[in-house]
Write a protein that binds this ligand. Structure first.
Ligand code: ADP
Length: 555
């Protein structure tokens, strides 16, 4: 804009300067021409007077040839008697010259024409003398032009000086016009005190500013909402555009894929993960087909779902969602293993029962041995029933629905009750049972707590030495209630301690079977503890005994 104004001003100044230059030259020419005419007339008049008084000799004495104006004396017949510029014998008759005709007729005459003698445009002024001759003075227009040309360099220098001054002024003027525009405060357009002509524009900018601000606020709000939702999602969300570059990734995606957001945004989605399943699922979605798959990243299972995004019927990218399904996958795995184990565990006693029953049916057992065989069938059936009972208990704990109501349960009273129920069993091995502690209550499900303590104390008797000791202690520690079930039994080797809570895990299978164990007791305890948000720990040493500690939150 500065350039444009400056250039326009420059052109205007130059044009004005040329115009004025031509005008001045014209005026000067006119002025000088008038002066030349007057001078010619004055000299003619002067010569007229002089010749009338002194006769024509004056010319020979006073007029120098080829100096100043051309002077010609012509007799009444038109013959040239004197000429200051030419040899008179070369000159023809001048009677037909307009100024001569006019002077002879009226006493004086003038004319402006091309002189054949001078070969230039010439102004003539003639006077008739008293003796009838005509004196004529002439000057060429060239003399005027010569004068102008003489002054031309000065005029040109002047024009250049004026041009330079005008250009400096134009630059300054341009700057003073532009500076306020450059210094406009476009944030607050109405606060500018500037040309009135700009007021409508500033009002429009102000309106646009308000509009942009409102739209920005709206967009920011939307962005914040989007961020609040996506950043707090547990699922990973990745948005990919049609050029296969990542537009957005939420926090979960960054954590899950273990990448830096800055390294992925605006980059090809292949840079996010090298996992083949991950890449092919997205590629499929980018070809327009929704797709999903299970991918394993860092030993964790993720379900990846990629859906194409269409805008006005044109594929515009895809949205990728990833869910952590590790737990679900493990649970499924465990359920499969559990089903296989259950079938196996159920099969063993059933096979024994059907085997004994078949032998009896075929009459292969002597009548005195029948009580023993039926006793075996009974004990296998009992094992089967307790196995089924434990499976039912576990599956109830597995189910999240129909959660029984929590109530306040006095653990010491409950432990005393269980001890009473297990006295007969303890008596068989002569194990001394003790319940000690404080009367403290926890919030829980009585039946589950009962099963937990029963299983623990039952194990404390089962895996005890004859004449050993076992017991339960209930102590309140700060805001927790610590329930410990201990024994002086065989103990559990270190390497098994982590696994004994697994379903059907037994340290010594034959011993467990002998004692009627199902391998599910501690699983029930662990589930129960989990159910009550309680912490479970084990402290055991082979041949010295075992202590299982469960820490509940106090009421
Ligand atoms: P089981 O029905 O076989 O007793 P549990 O789940 O109750 O099954 O126990 C798992 C295994 O842990 C047992 O088979 C046993 O080997 C070991 N165990 C449990 N409690 C004790 C304990 N008090 N002393 C020694 N070993 C124990």
């Amino acid at each position: 804009m500065r350039q444009k104004i400056f250039r326009s001003m420059g052109v205007l100044i130059a044009a004005s300067l040329i115009f004025f230059y031509v005008l001045i030259v014209g005026v000067m020419y006119q002025q000088l021409f008038n002066n030349m005419e007057k001078e010619v007339e004055r000299e003619a008049r002067y010569l007229n007077s002089a010749l009338n008084i002194t006769g024509i000799d004056y010319l020979d004495n006073q007029v120098m040839k080829d100096e100043g104006n051309r002077i010609t004396l012509i007799d009444s017949g038109g013959t040239v008697l004197f000429d200051s510029s030419e040899e008179i014998h070369t000159m023809d008759n001048h009677k037909d010259r307009p100024e001569i005709i006019e002077a002879l007729k009226k006493g004086k005459g003038s004319s402006m024409r091309f002189s054949e003698t001078l070969r230039q445009q010439t102004f003539y002024y003639a006077f008739r003398l008293d003796n009838g001759m005509v004196i004529r003075v002439a000057n060429t227009t060239d003399s005027v032009l010569t004068m102008i040309m003489t002054n031309m360099p000065i005029l040109l220098v002047l024009a250049c000086i004026i041009l330079i001054i005008a250009m400096i002024f134009a630059r300054w003027q341009t700057k003073s016009i532009i500076t306020p525009i450059n210094n406009l405060n476009l944030e607050k357009p109405l606060e500018n005190d500037i040309y009135d002509e700009l007021t409508p524009l500033l009002h429009r900018i102000d309106n646009q500013n308000h509009l942009i601000k409102e739209q920005l606020e709206h967009l920011n709000k939307k962005q914040e909402e989007f961020n609040a939702i996506t950043e707090n999602m547990r699922e990973a969300l990745i948005i990919i555009n049609k050029k296969n570059t990542v537009l957005s990734m939420n926090r979960a995606a960054v954590e899950l894929l273990n990448v830096k957001r800055g390294n992925c945004i605006e980059k090809h989605f292949l840079t996010i993960s090298r996992n083949h399943e991950f890449q092919s699922t997205i590629e499929e979605a980018m070809s327009g087909t929704p797709s999903d798959a299970i991918v394993i990243l860092d030993n964790k299972y993720y379900k990846i779902m990629a859906n194409p995004v269409y805008l006005e019927g044109i594929l515009n990218g895809c949205v990728v969602l990833m869910l952590d399904v590790t737990e679900k996958h493990r649970a499924e795995q465990m359920r499969k293993e559990f089903s296989a184990n259950v079938s196996h565990e159920l099969k063993t006693p059933l096979m024994s029962i059907s085997g004994y029953a078949e032998i009896i049916k075929n009459g292969l057992v002597k009548s005195e041995d029948i009580p023993e065989f039926s006793g075996r069938i009974y004990s296998e059936a009992t094992r089967l029933s307790s196995l089924v009972g434990d499976i039912i208990k576990l599956s109830r704990l597995d189910e999240d629905e129909n959660t029984p109501d929590f109530e306040e349960v006095n653990l010491l009273v409950l432990a005393e009750d269980i001890k009473e129920r297990l006295l007969t069993q303890a008596a068989k091995k002569n194990v001394e049972l003790r319940v000690i502690g404080e009367n403290v209550k926890v919030k829980g499900v009585r039946q589950i707590l009962d099963e937990m303590i029963y299983n623990l104390l039952d194990n404390a008797i089962k895996y005890n030495e004859d004449n050993g000791k076992a017991g339960v202690s209930v102590i309140k520690e700060n805001d927790t209630v610590v329930l410990s079930v201990w024994d002086t039994g065989i103990g559990i080797p270190k390497e098994h301690q982590d696994r004994i809570f697994e379903r059907f895990y037994r340290v010594d299978k034959s011993h467990s079977r002998e004692t009627g164990g199902t391998g599910l007791g501690l699983s029930i305890v662990k589930h129960g503890a989990y159910y009550h948000n309680a912490d479970i720990k084990i402290d055991s040493e082979p041949l010295r005994g075992t202590k299982i500690i469960i820490t509940f939150k106090a009421i």
